[in-house]
Design a protein around this ligand. Structure first.
Ligand code: SF4
Length: 392
């Protein structure tokens, strides 16, 4: 247990993130913790890098909506101070605190207080002797570092531990966690360290964490992005939702990729809709489709959607057209209809569908087909030109 959040076993996979404020700045840190919790973060880590940070933790912990983990880098005394401040867990980097007596002193104190510790191995700050023994930050070296720390903990009868073996290389990280899961029986905290800014950082994190989760490895996750930590928490939550490992609480926005038939700027409308729904607790699948010709059919399994046609937005609920709105009001109409579904349910919303909405959609569809023809991308003309250019 990290505070009230179970980690490991059958517990749901939890999302973690880390504050970027000075921990001594209690108000700014709490503000970020609340924003992270709203984005779906279950556990938040704060650095405890100086005595003022430990004092800040003493004020933050009782006011935080989620459990707090203190991140300890070099000074074991700060780990003891963080425990005194009432944190729900510690994270120790075996590469940074290397004196066995200090490690055991922290573990003994955590044991007496029934506070768990994460052994947070990091490929970039591995114990030098282990790195030398294995010839670099290999998967075997990362696991060996974690096992050595575990052995110190066992000497003082402490094993309330979760472990991470993060590397910035996705293949190394995946191999390290696979090896770790065969070596120990502790909950695992997954992450690709220093993944960098989105979108590349997101891709690396999803590749590493997603691959392991799909293999059944991992109990809690953190995206380490060079971005607002709220983005990390949101991405972590969205990955779990996409894998079906977390009940959806927010909108699942789907959108067509757009093509020659598109009657609106689908990218803009989809992004506007994404921003309008943000982290609102509306667990519906909502579709933004570029044209009335194919949109409602392609997105008939969505709970709600909108398809563009001749300056209008055609709003559909579970494949049935319920309303036609001016193009400029497409996003607002989606939000209003989503709220109505949440308040009244699907039956009520479908029952008061505009009588002529289906007819107007059919007319717009016909009109578009007449203008665009069946071949909206004009493939036939293009191929003809390609043939001519090629001399056939
Ligand atoms: S046919 Fe319509 S719905 Fe399908 S990709 Fe093109 S614009 Fe989008």
């Amino acid at each position: 247990m990290v505070g009230s959040v179970a980690v490991g076993g059958d517990a749901p996979i939890s999302v973690q993130s880390m504050t970027t404020t000075k921990t001594a700045d209690v108000d700014a840190t709490l503000q970020q913790i609340y924003a992270l919790a709203a984005a779906g973060c279950d556990i938040v880590r704060c650095t405890c890098n100086e005595p003022e940070a430990a004092e800040g933790l003493a004020r933050i912990v009782p006011r935080s909506p989620v459990p707090i983990v203190a991140d300890i880098h070099f000074h074991h005394k700060l780990a003891l101070a963080a425990l005194e401040a009432g944190v729900h867990a510690l994270r120790l980097n075996p590469g940074n605190i290397r004196k066995p007596d200090q490690i055991k002193a922290v573990a003994a104190e955590a044991r007496d207080r029934a506070i768990p510790i994460r052994i947070g191995v990091n490929g970039g700050s591995l114990d030098p002797d282990i790195e030398q023994r294995f010839g670099g930050a290999t998967p075997e070296a990362l696991v060996a570092s974690a096992v050595r720390e575990l052995d110190y903990f066992r000497e003082v009868d402490f094993d309330d531990v979760k472990i991470s073996v993060k590397a910035s290389s996705v293949p190394v990280m995946i191999e390290a966690y696979r090896l770790l899961s065969e070596t120990v029986d502790h909950p695992l905290h997954l992450g690709v360290t220093e993944a960098g800014p989105p979108p590349a950082g997101l891709v690396k994190s999803v590749a590493g964490i997603g691959a392991l989760l799909a293999e059944g490895i991992g109990d809690t996750i953190r995206f380490s992005l060079t971005a607002d930590p709220v983005e990390e928490a949101r991405a972590g939550r969205q990955l779990l939702e996409a894998l079906g490992l977390r009940e959806r609480k927010n909108v699942d926005l789907i959108a067509c990729p757009s093509c020659g038939r598109a009657e609106v700027d689908v990218i803009k409308v989809a992004n506007d809709a994404m921003a309008a729904f943000a982290d609102r607790q509306i667990p519906l699948q909502i579709a933004v489709m570029g044209c009335i010709v194919n949109g409602p059919g392609e997105a008939k399994d969505a709970d709600l959607g909108i398809a563009a046609g001749r300056g209008k937005g055609h709003l559909f609920v579970r494949g049935k057209i319920v309303r036609v709105v001016p193009e400029a009001e497409m996003v607002a109409a989606l939000v209003a209809e989503a709220e109505a579904i949440m308040d009244e349910g699907f039956d009520s919303v479908l029952a008061r569908a505009d009588a002529d909405a289906e007819r107007l959609a059919a007319e717009a569809r016909e009109e578009l087909l007449q203008i665009q023809g069946l071949d909206a991308n004009r493939d036939a003309q293009r191929i003809e030109r390609v043939r001519n250019a090629g001399g056939n």
